[in-house]
Design a protein around this ligand. Structure first.
Ligand SMILES: Cc1cn([C@H]2C[C@H](O)[C@@H](COP(=O)(O)OP(=O)(O)OP(=O)(O)O)O2)c(=O)[nH]c1=O
Length: 187
């Protein structure tokens, strides 16, 4: 039995695919990027922070997983859009180009927190103003890093993917299982 420190329904569904028993715990932390922090350092720090916060929330702590996903383009990190203008800016950056999605997964077992970082390159087709407005009105972008969900209506924008599809959705299945095995949580 393990714990998943996440409020994301996608992460719950993905972890279910690994076929292990888990409970969901809170892993809330401040998600702001620190000055001078690289995207890699940022996403790993958040995943570790969520795992550690989730571990600390339990009275009889289980090995606890935390994860974080960011979208990166031109050295900029795109988080969750704050409003339509922010979303529009993100879609204009992503339109007709390749970007990188980074997902870090961390496992906290008390004193030690180990992590794995997965990078995936995703290419988008050219997006029209109409595509952007219609996608915003679907309600899907609001809670997603980079303002899109590859598993939903934005799947049609993707012309190429190199890396882990599951990492883009929020939890890389292969790498998460490897991490659990390396740390002796899974046989
Ligand atoms: C790029 C992309 C992101 N996402 C989601 C995955 C994450 O849930 C979210 C990125 O935000 P995160 O801050 O990584 O996660 P979260 O706040 O949703 O959940 P928690 O911290 O409680 O675990 O964006 C998709 O569902 N599909 C996609 O294609």
């Amino acid at each position: 039995m393990i714990a998943l420190a996440s409020a994301s329904p996608r992460r719950r569904e993905l972890l279910t695919q690994l076929g292990l028993s888990f409970v969901v715990v809170k892993g809330d932390i401040d998600e702001s990027q620190l000055p001078g922090e690289t995207p890699e350092q940022y996403v790993v720090r958040l995943a570790k922070g969520k795992a550690q916060a989730g571990y600390a929330h339990q009275s009889a702590p289980l090995p606890t997983l935390g994860a974080d996903t960011i979208v990166e383009i031109d050295g900029q990190v795109l988080g969750k859009p704050t409003d339509f203008a922010d979303f529009q800016r993100m879609m204009q950056l992503l339109s007709g180009r390749q970007h990188r999605v980074r997902t870090a997964v961390a496992l906290c077992c008390g004193e030690r927190t180990e992590s794995v970082l997965v990078s995936t390159e995703v290419s988008f087709t050219l997006l029209s103003e109409h595509d952007i407005l219609q996608y915003w009105q679907s309600g899907e972008p609001a809670d997603k890093a980079g303002g899109y969900g590859i598993q939903g209506k934005a799947g049609r924008f993707v012309t190429k993917l190199s890396g882990s599809y599951f990492a883009v959705v929020g939890l890389p299945l292969f790498e998460t299982e490897q991490l659990l095995k390396q740390q002796g949580v899974l046989a």
